[in-house]
Design a protein around this ligand. Structure first.
Ligand SMILES: [Zn+2]
Length: 186
């Protein structure tokens, strides 16, 4: 690579590290002609992956489209833009890992739902209701049922614990009674 200052073609790499997002190598170089330093980036060539929609229409994959969908779902929710950005990055990785040139929009939708579910259940339900295009309320209930079941499971486990604690309390009460009896005897 030619030096941007003197156009000499000789340089040496003095530092090499991954960029912040991990998808580029940043190299600090020193020109052997003029000794000035400059930085180069090596990136993966952007693959022109396309999204295949339900009706068969293809459109270029755009990161910002997923992000704006997330933002809509997370409106007035406690989800930071950093978290949403991480979600998009994860989704992007999965797409490039599993698809070469074209990815069904359905696949992306499922990934978004899976991610949102972990982050914010209200946002998840919002996204699911738009994305799934539910025909009626029962379909919608079917979708959110597993989600409603899991916190209930936790609650019942908690109830068991409280039950045990109550028993312990009763035992203490008995001990106190015993103490009282001792006292009355003396
Ligand atoms: Zn130079």
């Amino acid at each position: 690579m030619k030096c941007p200052f003197c156009k000499a073609d000789n340089n040496r790499v003095i530092d090499s590290r991954a960029s912040a997002d991990g998808f580029a190598i940043r190299r600090r170089r020193e020109c052997l002609g003029c000794e000035r330093r400059y930085t180069t980036y090596e990136r993966i060539e952007e693959s022109p992956i396309r999204v295949v929609k339900k009706d068969g229409v293809r459109e270029p994959f755009e990161r910002r489209k997923i992000l704006s969908g997330l933002m809509k779902a997370c409106e007035k929710r406690a989800v930071s833009i950093d978290v949403m950005d991480d979600i998009v990055t994860r989704i992007e990785h999965q797409i490039t890992e599993q698809f070469d040139r074209e990815v069904p929009s359905k696949f992306i939708g499922r990934l978004v739902m899976r991610e949102l579910r972990k982050v914010d259940q209200v946002a998840y339900v919002r996204f699911a209701s738009v994305y799934r295009d539910f025909k009626d309320i029962s379909e919608f209930v079917d979708e959110i049922q597993p989600m409603l079941r899991s916190p209930a499971g936790k609650a019942s486990a908690g109830a068991k614990k409280t039950g045990a604690a109550a028993k312990g309390g009763a035992a203490k009460g008995a001990a106190a009674k015993g103490g009282a009896r001792k006292k009355s005897r003396s």
